[in-house]
Design a protein around this ligand. Structure first.
Ligand code: TXA
Ligand code: MG
Length: 333
């Protein structure tokens, strides 16, 4: 299969391109498309065979459920068996946007989408291309990140092609995504709201809307996560990755002196002279750091770096999603 690439304007996508992509979805095909977080690998969520193809293309285990993307909260509610007040309040506060809500599902959602489980993850993305595609297709769109399972998520069309060329019918290239890390995932299926995956919408902003929010125990202790997708080693580059203290430059230079090709993500080091050390200067604020993180990891991987050292970012709430992704990428195994 050849992957057709259509370049679209991120703000005002050409309706003809969107219509073509929608017809691919409606015919049971796969379309990779930009969202505000990362690129998604989309299929018609109501077509079990199309959804199976998503798992095949990604090499993803079938028990790991997908996020279903819809155009508004009313469509989300229509797929939910129960729509608690907290869901309504969060939808009103953060949709369209990088927040995913896990709620009990209805029978309309095929079991293959939810990994056989009783709940469904729902989100209304805010990227104009994603929204236009969902509207034009007139179906909910199941879309995991458009990468091979456990690899670094794509924030540019080139990242998608590296991993999925020939495995999807179409790619809408809308340029770099601006959030850079995957959506915040909250479960509203139990007695109390639980944060399953940190993301652009921080816990304090969620608590401001619904009050109490528990952290999934695994986010605290590193214990196995209830959501099968939340494996510890995830979002990983090919290179070994290690999180280090604040004097990254010295550690990286020492490692590079042993003859290894080393990459360093740092917010402060001055580029040194060591030729085997590839330094990527990262933004000092969490929002821009998140936006640039995966592109930096993809780039260092492409340069066949053996070891990537990353300076530990600050401990506050705003950096939680970045810290989470770094820890997962660095987890051994
Ligand atoms: O920003 C995002 O969320 C991107 C874009 C494309 O929307 N999508 C994304 O999908 O990151 P994916 O499949 O790579 O990650 C979805 C996460 C996984 O960790 C999965 O296990 C979890 O959400 N998830 C999905 N459905 C769930 C459910 N019913 N219960 C618990 N966790 C669920
Ligand atoms: Mg993913």
């Amino acid at each position: 299969m050849e992957t057709r690439i259509l370049t679209v304007n991120a703000e005002t996508p050409d309706p003809r391109a969107i219509a073509e992509a929608a017809s691919v979805l409606n015919a049971g095909g796969l379309v990779a498309f930009p969202t505000e977080t990362v690129y998604g690998l989309g299929a018609n969520a109501l077509d079990p065979r199309a959804v199976e193809r998503v798992f095949e293309a990604k090499g993803r285990p079938s028990h790991n459920p997908l996020i279903v993307h819809v155009e508004d909260a009313a469509r989300a509610q229509a797929l939910a068996g129960k729509w608690p007040e907290s869901a309504e309040a969060l939808a009103r506060a953060f949709w369209p946007g990088p927040l995913t809500l896990v709620v009990p599902k209805t029978d309309r959602v095929p079991a293959v989408v939810t990994g056989g489980g009783p709940t469904v993850a729902l989100r209304v993305p805010e990227h104009p291309v994603a929204l236009a595609l969902i509207r034009a297709a007139c179906v909910p769109v199941a879309a995991p990140s458009a990468n091979r399972s456990n690899r670094v998520s794509p924030t540019r069309a080139t990242h998608v092609l590296k991993q999925l060329a020939g495995r999807v019918e179409m790619l809408l290239d809308g340029g770099p995504t601006h959030r850079g890390v995957e959506s915040t995932v909250i479960s509203l299926a139990g007695p109390c709201p639980v944060l399953l995956r940190p993301g652009p919408v921080t816990p304090s902003r969620i608590s401001a809307v619904i009050g109490r929010l528990d952290l999934d125990p695994a986010l605290v202790s590193g214990a196995p996560l209830p959501s099968p997708g939340m494996m510890r080693r995830h979002y990983s580059p090919r290179a070994e990755m290690r999180i280090i203290g604040t004097d990254g430059l010295r550690a990286a230079e020492t490692a590079a002196r042993d003859g290894r090709r080393v990459g360093l993500l740092t917010c402060r080091a001055k580029p040194g002279a060591c030729p085997d050390l590839l330094i990527r200067m990262m933004p000092r604020d969490p929002r821009n750091y998140a936006r640039d993180l995966y592109a930096a990891l993809h780039e260092l991987d492409d340069l066949e770096v053996e070891l990537i050292l990353v300076e530990m970012p600050p401990g506050d709430d705003d950096w939680m999603a970045v810290r989470d992704r770094l820890h997962r990428a660095a987890a051994a195994g």
